[in-house]
Design a protein around this ligand. Structure first.
Ligand SMILES: *[C@@H]1O[C@H](CO)[C@@H](O)[C@H](O)[C@H]1NC(C)=O
Ligand SMILES: *[C@@H]1O[C@H](CO)[C@@H](O)[C@H](O)[C@H]1NC(C)=O
Ligand SMILES: *[C@@H]1O[C@H](CO)[C@@H](O)[C@H](O)[C@H]1NC(C)=O
Ligand SMILES: *[C@@H]1O[C@H](CO)[C@@H](O)[C@H](O)[C@H]1NC(C)=O
Ligand SMILES: *[C@@H]1O[C@H](CO)[C@@H](O)[C@H](O)[C@H]1NC(C)=O
Ligand SMILES: *[C@@H]1O[C@H](CO)[C@@H](O)[C@H](O)[C@H]1NC(C)=O
Ligand SMILES: *[C@@H]1O[C@H](CO)[C@@H](O)[C@H](O)[C@H]1NC(C)=O
Ligand SMILES: *[C@@H]1O[C@H](CO)[C@@H](O)[C@H](O)[C@H]1NC(C)=O
Ligand SMILES: *[C@@H]1O[C@H](CO)[C@@H](O)[C@H](O)[C@H]1NC(C)=O
Ligand SMILES: *[C@@H]1O[C@H](CO)[C@@H](O)[C@H](O)[C@H]1NC(C)=O
Ligand SMILES: *[C@@H]1O[C@H](CO)[C@@H](O)[C@H](O)[C@H]1NC(C)=O
Ligand SMILES: CC(=O)N[C@H]1CO[C@H](CO)[C@@H](O)[C@@H]1O
Length: 594
């Protein structure tokens, strides 16, 4: 993964491999006869799928067990954990539903996303000592988008193996491989089999080859499927959270709903483990099993009963989710909003030389067969399409994959929003704009969202430097912990396209994230980690009709936004290291990369 600076090199020359190479074919889907016992498309209006409901029934008792040990470690004063845990045993519907969202933002967001998962993992001794470890084990959902989706892909495909182990085993590997690599055979083979090839495939193969390995196994990483996750021991027994990727869809040019010649981007498709692919709102309003997304359906059925197996390789699915992060050719989907990148001519030449039939625009996003043609529950425009165009989840001026976790049918009580987008301020720090974008989208779709302060207020009250809670004093919305990436022990505003980090640099960046989430083991903010536990259990206690513990009331007073407004013009955010303000960015930069 993360070999982004070699992207162009690999792109040029890649398709020349098509002629005369021996093709391994592992990444290539194959045509099969459709299984007869599958419901190919189901309407979103049916609510959670049977599978998700069954999985939740397995996850819930594991969440209760995990909460018990997490709460014992955190210790909320004068709160009887055993009484609470017993109450949950008797009232399953009161068990808190906790989720994490991992933002986009390229390599920098990947580092932050890994650091966040690690910071809440009870298998990370530092995190347990700092008072945050264990919340991951109590979480039900993790969603990711773009860079955060890449990180989540690795994590989920390892069945939530502890990240320190993945780092040690070389799965988290940010060392650029030398020169061009022969893996492009894989793409050529897929093209020869008649599938459209796009930038997504190149990213899939170029970026995801290390992270999808199984250490000491001969299993080919490119043949591993996204849908394999449903059979992993941790996931299938309800011991790890469900991972969800957020993608975006483009309405093809010339079709109803597309306002532009170049296609119109629309949001919030989701693609989640075990399974399903589709959207709750927007246009699909339906879901389809991800195993069978490689062929066109009509009216909810594959045409001529022909299906495709192996289209949903993990590399490819993650590739779609991160297809903007390549930086050089990314953002094509919104080319109607920004100028073409300068290298378009080169791309076009390559495409022609390789005799790819895919038009350039389609080449720049995944163009695949639609599964919603003539499907009565989908939008009329989508029903009339033959292809579905998919792009990076971040390409809708959003960075935080919140929509999947805001769905009322999932009933989220508490969401930790890890925002490492870094594109808002020129220094690479956040000002809250993309969180507002999520709130706007939620409003459009009628999804619950806590009230937010304005961007100016967020900056003036330091909400993007120190994590903060939203929604504590509201009902019917999930409580939200908003944590923008900020410099605690390291200037983590590294470039989105960064590569070539060794393991010790990665560890330093992960430590920055842990320091943020634990507020340096509560040294920066007294009782902070207690407050996370308070927020995680708050809605659950409300459902049980229990009083909010005094310790929680006190910490909410300190760390929840209480409606205070300061809309004055904020100063420019260019913070020093919170733990060591004397170390300038220049000094840090020299020593970190030195
Ligand atoms: C469908 O049938 C196949 C073959 O009998 C079986 O392996 C598979 O689990 C079944 N799938 C479902 C969704 O029941
Ligand atoms: C972490 O949590 C899981 C689930 O509650 C538990 O089984 C496991 O023993 C815990 N591990 C550690 C190291 O605390
Ligand atoms: C990381 O990737 C580089 C380049 O692809 C490779 O040389 C190195 O062996 C990998 N590191 C580990 C620990 O696997
Ligand atoms: C992989 O194999 C090597 C050499 O036998 C061994 O040292 C290492 O522990 C193995 N790694 C894993 C994760 O099994
Ligand atoms: C579509 O992209 C082309 C190429 O950059 C540009 O000339 C054109 O203005 C775009 N169309 C719209 C409607 O934005
Ligand atoms: C490939 O893309 C073109 C549009 O660019 C589309 O017409 C065609 O149906 C696609 N083919 C497949 C196999 O998805
Ligand atoms: C916040 O970021 C957005 C997006 O980059 C920018 O347009 C806006 O001017 C910024 N506002 C402030 C107050 O920093
Ligand atoms: C914001 O943080 C800065 C740096 O830590 C501090 O100097 C300032 O007083 C804080 N402002 C508020 C309103 O907390
Ligand atoms: C991690 O950060 C903490 C501050 O929270 C610091 O005390 C510790 O030395 C750091 N660890 C490493 C390995 O840098
Ligand atoms: C931390 O919480 C404890 C228990 O509620 C309380 O006694 C103490 O005053 C709090 N400390 C601060 C600095 O708020
Ligand atoms: C990172 O942030 C610091 C201030 O916090 C700033 O001085 C530096 O220029 C930023 N680095 C980059 C690459 O933007
Ligand atoms: C929609 C779908 O693929 N559901 C599958 C999820 O995983 C379980 C367990 O492997 C299967 O039984 C379901 O068919």
């Amino acid at each position: 993964m993360s070999s982004r600076n070699i992207f162009l090199t690999l792109l040029l020359g890649s398709f020349k491999l098509i002629a005369g190479m021996s093709l391994s074919g592992n990444y290539t889907p194959t045509y099969i006869q459709c299984p007869s016992n599958v419901t190919f498309v189901r309407p979103a209006s049916e609510g959670l799928s049977d599978y998700e409901r069954e999985w939740r029934a397995k996850r819930t008792p594991a969440v209760v067990d995990s909460l018990q040990s997490y709460l014992k470690n955190v210790n909320i004063a004068d709160f009887d954990i055993d009484v609470y845990i017993n109450a949950l045993g008797a009232h399953e519907s009161a068990v808190p539903v906790i989720g994490f969202t991992l933002s986009g933002g390229g390599t920098r967001a990947e580092m932050s996303a890994f650091g966040m998962i690690r910071a809440f993992d009870n298998r990370t001794a530092d995190s347990v000592n700092a008072g945050t470890g264990g919340l991951l084990q109590a979480a039900t959902y993790v969603s990711g988008l773009s860079g955060g989706g890449t990180a989540l892909g690795l994590i989920a495909m390892s069945d939530f193996q502890p990240l320190d182990e993945s780092l040690e085993q070389g799965l988290v590997n940010y060392t650029s491989p030398p020169g061009t690599s022969p893996v492009y055979n894989e793409i050529a083979s897929k093209a020869e089999a008649g599938f459209n090839i796009s930038i997504t495939d190149i990213i899939a193969i170029g970026d995801n080859h290390q992270s999808l390995q199984i250490v000491n196994s001969s299993v080919d990483q490119y043949s591993r499927l996204w849908s394999d996750i449903q059979s992993f021991p941790g996931f299938s027994s309800g011991l790890t959270p469900m991972a969800i990727l957020m993608l975006n869809e483009v309405i093809p040019a010339g079709l109803p709903g597309s306002a532009s010649y170049n296609g119109t981007l629309i949001p919030a498709q989701e693609s989640k483990f075990n399974g399903t692919f589709g959207s709750w709102q927007g246009r699909a309003n339906a879901f389809t099993p991800i195993q069978y997304i490689g062929v066109q359906y009509q009216n909810g059925q594959p045409i001529n009963n022909i299906c495709v197996n192996g289209f949903d390789t993990a590399a490819f699915v993650i590739g779609v989710a991160e297809s903007q992060t390549n930086g050089l050719v990314g953002q094509f989907a919104r080319r109607d909003k920004i100028p073409y990148p300068p290298n378009e001519d080169v791309l076009e030449e390559e495409r022609e030389e390789a005799q790819l039939l895919t038009p350039l625009q389609a080449f720049c996003m995944h163009t695949g067969p639609t599964r919603f043609a003539q499907y009565e529950h989908s939008d009329a425009g989508l029903q009339s399409q033959t292809d579905l165009l998919l792009v990076d989840g971040s390409e809708f001026w959003q960075e935080n994959p919140l929509p999947p976790l805001l769905q009322k049918v999932r009933g989220l009580d508490f969401i930790v929003v890890n925002d490492a987008g870094g594109s808002e301020l020129s220094t690479g720090w956040a000002n809250g704009t993309t969180l507002h974008n999520s709130a706007d989208m939620a409003k459009t779709f009628g999804l619950p969202f806590p009230k937010l302060p304005s961007v100016n207020t967020m900056l003036n009250l330091n909400h993007t430097l120190f994590p903060v809670f939203y929604g504590c004093y509201e009902t019917d919305v999930p409580l939200m912990l908003y944590a923008a990436d900020a410099p605690y022990t390291e200037y983590s505003n590294i470039t989105e396209l960064g590569t070539d980090f060794d393991n010790s640099q990665i560890s330093l960046l992960w430590n920055n994230t842990l320091t943020l989430y634990s507020q340096d083991s509560n040294q920066i903010a007294a009782n902070w980690t207690t407050c996370i536990a308070c927020a995680a259990t708050h809605r659950s206690l409300e459902r049980l009709g229990k009083e909010t513990p005094d310790a929680c009331k006190q910490c909410f007073d300190k760390y929840c936004w209480n409606g205070e407004v300061d809309d004055s013009e904020p100063g420019f955010l260019s913070p020093s290291l919170i733990l060591d303000p004397s170390e300038s960015w220049t000094e840090w930069n020299a020593s970190f990369y030195g």
